[in-house]
Design a binder for this molecule. Structure first.
Ligand SMILES: [Zn+2]
Length: 508
């Protein structure tokens, strides 16, 4: 071949390589336009470098040392384009049958050298092409590629797939490195390995890794959006979206959320037996510290029910409507037929009356849109909210209507829409509350979907155990940041300590 540094050159010979680099360049420029032609031709066949200046001497090439990766994992894989940078010159010069440079005096004949390489499959690349690019002998690369394909069967390796190689150069064949092993891991739980045997032939093997759950926690401070703060701290975006949604029924994000508030999410990751994370984590529980309270959500699946988030008291976080549209109130008249206190005859009482002092704030029972706000005959000062196409709520006898409440505006659940009074046909301060379904008044207290679902019966004990466990784990489970710091520099991690997590995977 040539005296160009081959990718397999050792770092200790880098100094002489740099020198050697310029020789063929000068040679090419000085001697022959033919070489130039060959160069351009070869450039054309390498579209990814076609735009590079044809004979610009490359500066001392970092690739020479970069190829030798003592620890290929954390280093971004080398692209094949980088790799081929040195090649066109070599090809161009091949036409002149340049003799391989004999090892010079200063280049010690090194003992056979074993080193590791990490390469990435580029678009249109094959294992065989890739091995040809690093000067692996044809018979070897055919056999390796064939063996690997027999493992992969019909599957194809994706562009960008990382290939780990253990290479060896022998002192007497510095330009024909051997592949001692090639491994690729298209899925975290599956690795395909081709290894060289003593007789020079290759063996293929498939290695599978057991995947098991691992509980981790992410602790962070809110800075900007809650979701982004979590993602920055190492929680998967999907888990943070779930967390925010679970909190949203209970937390008024506009008023209660402040910068610097601490939160913790508990995640269940899936990890292979050698420590590769195959799933970044599903939200098990989360906790947000507000100014005056801490809101905790716990994932739970009741027997025969759908999975959801619950507060530590076992109530589902999802509630469509407040049970009572006021704090501190008592029911003074229920829904149904009754003697009308003012008109004096029997009629349907189409709502529920809550007795409360004048001026007590009335809260929107659910998120919705104001469709009426103002005087409404016997109802007095009246507000009606439309929540869904078929569900509306109405509030009557107000002393005054809440700030900003007028037809067309949206309200949040729990927002103050007015104040208790005794306007219209009323005997004293109270709220008359109606629940409308498909345009007809129904009993608000019997609307099951209007209440929070709670964990009941046999589920209750199971839930309490799980909730206690999650709350404890939000303080003492391994932190994702610690795990990342620990595993990053190691390629082959020691048998990692498996946290006792299996019971969690089953229990919920
Ligand atoms: Zn009433």
């Amino acid at each position: 071949m040539t005296d160009l540094p081959s990718p397999s050159d050792r770092p200790q010979s880098a100094k002489s390589d740099n020198f050697a680099y310029f020789r063929p360049v000068l040679f090419t420029i000085g001697v022959s336009g033919l070489a130039m032609g060959a160069l351009l031709l070869s450039h054309r066949s390498h579209p990814e470098i076609a735009s590079a200046p044809p004979v610009a001497p490359r500066m001392p090439p970092p690739p020479v040392t970069a190829f030798v990766l003592p620890d290929p994992e954390p280093v971004p894989p080398l692209s094949m384009a980088e790799f081929r940078d040195g090649k066109p010159l070599a090809l161009g010069l091949q036409g002149f049958q340049m003799k391989p440079q004999e090892p010079t005096a200063d280049a010690e004949p090194a003992a056979s050298d074993i080193y590791e390489l990490t390469l990435r499959l580029e678009k249109g690349d094959t294992i065989e092409k890739m091995l040809a690019d690093i000067d692996v002998a044809e018979a070897d690369r055919k056999e390796i590629a064939g063996k690997l394909q027999s493992l992969l069967k019909k599957r194809r390796l994706a562009t960008g797939e990382t290939i780990d190689l253990t290479m060896q150069t022998l002192p007497d064949q510095p330009d024909a490195p051997r592949v001692l092993s090639l491994s690729v891991r298209p899925q975290p739980e599956r690795e395909y390995i081709v290894t060289r045997k003593d007789d020079g032939s290759y063996d293929a093997d498939e290695k599978t890794y057991k995947v098991s759950p691992r509980i981790v926690r992410v602790e962070a401070e809110r800075s900007g959006s809650l979701q982004q703060s979590g993602v920055k701290a190492g929680a998967p975006s999907a888990a943070m979206v779930e967390f925010v949604r679970a909190l949203s029924y209970d937390v008024d994000f506009q008023r209660e959320l402040k910068e610097g508030q601490k939160f913790t999410v508990l995640l269940e990751q899936l990890v292979t037996s050698d420590g590769k994370v195959t799933h970044p984590g599903r939200l098990l529980a989360g906790e947000l510290k507000l100014m005056k309270r801490t809101v905790t959500v716990i994932r739970f699946r009741p027997q025969g029910g759908a999975e959801g988030f619950y507060n530590p008291q076992g109530e589902n976080v999802v509630r469509s409507f407040l049970r009572t549209p006021m704090d501190a109130s008592r029911i003074t008249s229920r829904f149904g037929m009754r003697e009308h206190p003012i008109l004096g005859f029997s009629a349907l009482h189409a709502g529920v009356d809550f007795g409360a002092p004048t001026g007590t704030p009335i809260l929107a029972a659910g998120a919705g849109r104001v469709v009426a706000a103002g005087p409404n005959a016997g109802y007095g000062l009246y507000v009606k909210l439309q929540h869904t196409n078929d569900v509306a709520t109405a509030y009557a006898h107000m002393s005054r209507i809440g700030p900003g409440i007028k037809p067309g505006v949206s309200v949040r659940q729990g927002q103050v829409i007015g104040f208790v009074g005794s306007t219209g046909q009323s005997t004293g301060p109270h709220l008359h509350y109606e629940f409308h379904r498909n345009g007809r008044q129904v009993n608000p207290l019997t609307q099951k979907f209007a209440m929070r679902g709670a964990v009941q019966g046999k589920d209750a004990a199971r839930f309490q155990t799980l909730a206690r466990q999650y709350v404890a784990q939000m303080k003492n489970a391994p932190a994702v940041s610690d795990l990342n710091a620990k595993t990053a520099p190691k390629k082959t991690s020691q048998a990692r300590q498996e946290p006792a997590t299996s019971q969690i995977a089953k229990s919920d």
